[in-house]
Design a protein around this ligand. Structure first.
Ligand SMILES: [Zn+2]
Length: 56
């Protein structure tokens, strides 16, 4: 059973909870991010940290 949890704060895509598994991540401020946007965000964070490493 799919339960609509809310919509992604970034792309406004509906995020469902399927069999107790949330198809996205819940942020600290109770905002929801879909897996797609989570991956984009993670990639951005990774690039930032890589950029910092390159400065050394
Ligand atoms: Zn999204």
């Amino acid at each position: 059973m799919d339960e609509l949890v809310g919509s992604c704060v970034r792309c406004a895509h509906d995020v469902y909870c399927t069999a107790g598994f949330l198809n996205g991540i819940l942020l600290d401020n109770k905002n929801i991010l879909c897996f797609n946007c989570k991956d984009i965000l993670n990639a951005m964070i990774k690039e930032e940290s890589l950029g910092e490493e390159n400065q050394n």
